[in-house]
Design a protein around this ligand. Sequence first.
Ligand SMILES: Nc1ncnc2c1ncn2[C@@H]1O[C@H](COP(=O)(O)OP(=O)(O)O)[C@@H](O)[C@H]1O
Ligand SMILES: N[C@@H](CC(=O)OP(=O)(O)O)C(=O)O
Length: 591
Amino acid sequence: MAILVQKFGGTSVADAEKILAAARKAIRAQKQGYQVVTVVSAMGHTTDHLIELAKQIDPDPPAREMDMLLSTGEQVSVALMAMAIHRLGHRAISFTGAQLGIRTDSTHTKARIRSIQTDRIRQALDEGYIVIAAGFQGVTDTADITTLGRGGSDTTAVALAAALRAETCEIYTDVDGVYTTDPRLVPEARRMSRISYDEMLELATAGAGVMHNRSIEFAKRFSVPVHVRSSFSDMPGTLISWMPESRSVPVCGAAAILKEARITVRGVPDQPGNAAAIFSRLGARNIATDMIVQNVAEGGRADISFTVFQEELPAALRVVEETAREIGAEGVNYDENVAKVSVVGLGMAKQPGVAQRMFQALADKGINILMITTSEIKISVLVERDRAVEALRTVHAAFELDKEPPQAEEEARPEELGNDRDRIIGRLHGMEDLVIESICLDETQACVTLSNIPDRPGLAARVFRQVAEREIVVDMIVQSVGRDGKAMMSFTVPQSSYEAALAACRPFCQEIGAAPPTGRPKVAKLSILGTGLKSHIDVASRTFKTLAHSQINVEMISTSEVRLNVVTTGDKGRQALTVLRQEFAEELLDL
Ligand SMILES: Nc1ncnc2c1ncn2[C@@H]1O[C@H](COP(=O)(O)OP(=O)(O)O)[C@@H](O)[C@H]1O
Ligand SMILES: N[C@@H](CC(=O)OP(=O)(O)O)C(=O)O
């Protein structure tokens, strides 16, 4: 009999009436012939209230005790949901994470699932019960309760669907699907009929709170179709699978993280190993970094900027200030009033001028871009927080995301997802272990750098307009806050366009009183492709460390959920490829 996993989020089980409504949906699915597993989150804002309560006792409570506390929220709702199904005349049994057999590592408050023992669930299903599973929690090998990080019930649901080989995982929530951007922030947002795993992964990490990013890693890894739909209606929602909604539009959605903070380590001695020291120490404290940009070194020193979630700023600063002293950097500064706005789309990889369109739209509204990073299917900019929602709306309009795009046709399921991949995944120790699909080298690129450009709205748009006018295809772009109100920007172009790109930028640099453009006619770009490269926060620091060990300097870096790109000097490409393949040998599928 086919298994269906349904997940009801906090808003969908916020009171008794809603719990009864969710119970009816589970019963209906069982009547349709499914064996049903219902995953529930804590009621309404319970988790937030529990966190508040803990902080009244201790502003920095022990993580183990936090998990003990937070897991109670889901324990309440599973019991009530099972009671609701009984009340409606059907059989249900509730299980906590431990009873479900969800084993995790011991990273309290952000634990990762290692394995799921499905025997007890299967037995209950075979006996005709609807299984009510507590979302967001698991248990370590030493029987300590863990939680999976905020929003983690989605991950529980998709992981259970994967382990049980369920037909579909339905995510019931307070919106009727995945929208082109958060409909609470941008009312013009449009519901998508479907979205690909990679796009959803990027949108989720870029701030689309409708899905937990790690749940999409599971979905992609185990090919679980996910259907996001409304708890309050029976309308079809959004299907997340291999297939995008459209193949012809460059951008499918936009998202924002409103509470980011930017940290800059100034004057880092430009030696391999220094960036690695900063990021590996942050990684060791489980602090995720985003938008990493290293300014090209001047006078033997470079500035390294990156963003963290605002709530992690104090902890990050403690680590960074100490490391900065040890490596002899000049100092650390930060800005806690910034937000990140991103656009995502599989189509942008094949279309030139997408970044330029985004920068121009922001420039037209006078919104200053503080930092830029791009990857093949995502462009992110950092802006001042009080302009962030306006920026999100602006890019949403610029890419006409409110309009229905031409629909994609055939189902695209990558070839490599055959038995071989299942076999390799089966060998992995943990279900959420890092999987790297390939590491490749591109030796066709050159890099152009503009330094000391005044940090004003519209400059990025102008640079890329000049470049686009000469039909030069720009690949990676990074821009970061510089010193004294001046910014630095680097981008890669095909080697054959290098001179033309320099020529395109020269008059502009002269006009704005910046130094003439510089660059390298040949750089090596290495790409690590996989799933969950960002949620496994040590991938960037391992990359830095490995390259530093071989005395290879990282000149540019960009990270996304599905790809990490680093640019090094042209003559170091092959060596970098070899050492990275060695470093990630355990996780690499294509060896
Ligand atoms: N791209 C998006 N599409 C749909 N909803 C989004 C998007 N980005 C953010 N959201 C927000 O996510 C909310 C649903 O997630 P959440 O509140 O965590 O629900 P639940 O309690 O069901 O897990 C929506 O109400 C919406 O405001
Ligand atoms: N209750 C947890 C887990 C969760 O996933 O909740 P929700 O499905 O309501 O986002 C939290 O608030 O983080």
